[in-house]
Design a protein around this ligand. Structure first.
Ligand code: CTP
Length: 418
């Protein structure tokens, strides 16, 4: 299948369709993670050409990576399989990006100086610098990582146009604990997908609420709802992919934070309102996906409410929670449009009418309607975008795909409005 055909094929799913990645491995124990990364890239529709240094071959075999990538691995600049015997030129010319994972401290130093004494460094130096980006996933011991030489090399490589994907922190193969581990394959994948995403929200500060809220009755009980937070987390991820700086205010959910997103955990609607009001000062876009509890117990008992033996249930009184979205949308920045506000509406019936009425009540330019029982906890959804002009459907798809479509929609509306 040609690259163009793959990109146009509707059944070909994945976040990297048609991308050709040259995956370079330098020597380090993190080479074992490169096997999983290779698989993950392919699962997302990319083709992967592996190039290994001699040191990398000490940690993992070319056989493993050939089997996973479905292509012979290159390890030498003297590879006679290439008709012109110029593997470094041929491999770098066909790449959409070169990703060095793991990138050892030594290999970083080599790249920095433009050394070219093995195939991988030679290929990096020979790559067309304007069209073939170089991404680096460092992996090393914490002392090596913290060393001024490494930090200096990293800063210079960034200045030379390379993208450094950062490192993880934690237990290291040497037995020490600290910064310098290679990021995990799913984290690298998220960063690579973000790297290729057009930056339609560059310069925007996006604030997102997500998940349910929890309203305490006493120290061990409370009321909440079935929201999983998946849509809000997907929106935060999509906004970051699109180049925004993203703050995610999350109710109690058990989801990992999307890469590059600042997360603030809250419990109750009142906590959420406080966090949002603080962050809203700097935000330019507010997307309220949280399923905020409409009511909270009028008072929360300090001690657990016990049965009194009468067989009567306790009488609970409720107070209405503040409407976070309406408060923000009707603040001076919301009204002036300096803060573009987007609401969600979870309905059970008459979606369009209810969503349109809710949009006007809250005072937001764009409201995203969905059927509550058909979305809570699921990985997919269908949305209805409602604005002053009418409505438009976003067909059933994964929440991440819908979040990306929504982000594109918001970006084009901001562009028109500002
Ligand atoms: N919302 C909010 N604060 C609240 C209630 C809702 O910020 N106290 C936001 C939600 O995050 C969502 C939008 O308002 O973006 C609509 O939420 P929804 O629960 O559908 O509507 P409600 O205002 O609660 O109205 P109703 O329950 O009557 O449908």
């Amino acid at each position: 299948m040609t690259k163009q055909a793959i990109e146009q094929d509707p059944v070909h799913v994945g976040d990297l369709p048609g991308k050709h990645i040259v995956l370079g491995l330098s020597g380090g124990i993190a080479c074992y993670k490169a096997a999983e990364l290779c698989r993950a890239l392919i699962k997302q529709g990319a083709t992967v050409q592996v190039v290994m240094t001699e040191a990398a071959e000490q940690f993992i075999t070319a056989v493993t990576l050939q089997a996973l990538s479905g292509r012979p691995v290159y390890t030498s600049q003297w590879d006679s399989r290439e008709a012109n015997n110029m593997a470094h030129i041929n491999l770098s010319r066909e790449a959409d990006a070169i990703l060095i994972a793991p990138c050892s401290a030594d290999f970083m130093a080599k790249l920095l100086h433009g050394r070219a004494d093995d195939l991988l460094s030679l290929m990096c130096l020979a790559r067309p610098i304007a069209t073939v980006p170089l991404l680096i996933a460092p992996a090393m011991n914490r002392e090596m990582w913290a060393h001024p030489a490494t930090q200096r090399n990293m800063a210079q490589l960034s200045a030379d146009g390379a993208t450094i994907l950062g490192v993880g922190s934690g237990f290291q193969a040497c037995g020490e604990t600290g910064d310098g581990r290679m990021l995990e394959p799913p984290e690298l994948l998220e960063d690579i997908v973000a790297f290729f995403t057009p930056k339609v929200l560059a310069g925007q500060q996006v604030l997102v609420t997500a998940g349910p809220t929890y309203e305490a009755m006493d120290p061990v009980r409370g009321i909440t709802n079935l929201s999983s937070g998946k849509m809000g987390f997907a929106v935060a991820r999509a906004a970051r992919e699109a180049g925004a700086e993203v703050t995610l205010v999350a109710g109690p959910v058990s989801l990992g934070t999307p890469r590059g997103v600042k997360r603030i955990d809250v419990k109750s609607a009142q906590n959420m309102l406080e966090a949002v009001m603080q962050q809203a000062q700097a935000a330019t876009v507010f997307i309220a996906t949280a399923a905020v509890a409409d009511w909270r117990p009028a008072s929360s008992a300090e001690r657990k409410i016990k049965k009194d033996g009468s067989g009567q249930a306790p009488q609970l009184a409720f107070t209405e929670n503040p409407d976070i979205l309406a408060t923000v949308a009707q603040s001076p920045r919301g009204v002036s449009g300096a803060l573009f506000c987007v609401g969600f509406a979870a309905e059970s019936h008459d979606l369009e009418d209810n969503a349109q009425a809710k949009r006007l009540r809250k005072g937001v330019p764009l409201l995203v309607g969905n059927i509550g029982p058909a979305t809570f906890g699921r990985d997919d959804n269908a949305l209805l975008l409602v604005d002053a002009q009418g409505s438009r459907e976003l067909a059933r798809a994964s929440k991440l795909s819908l979040a990306r479509q929504l982000v594109a929609e918001i970006a084009s509306r901001i562009k028109q409005a500002r």
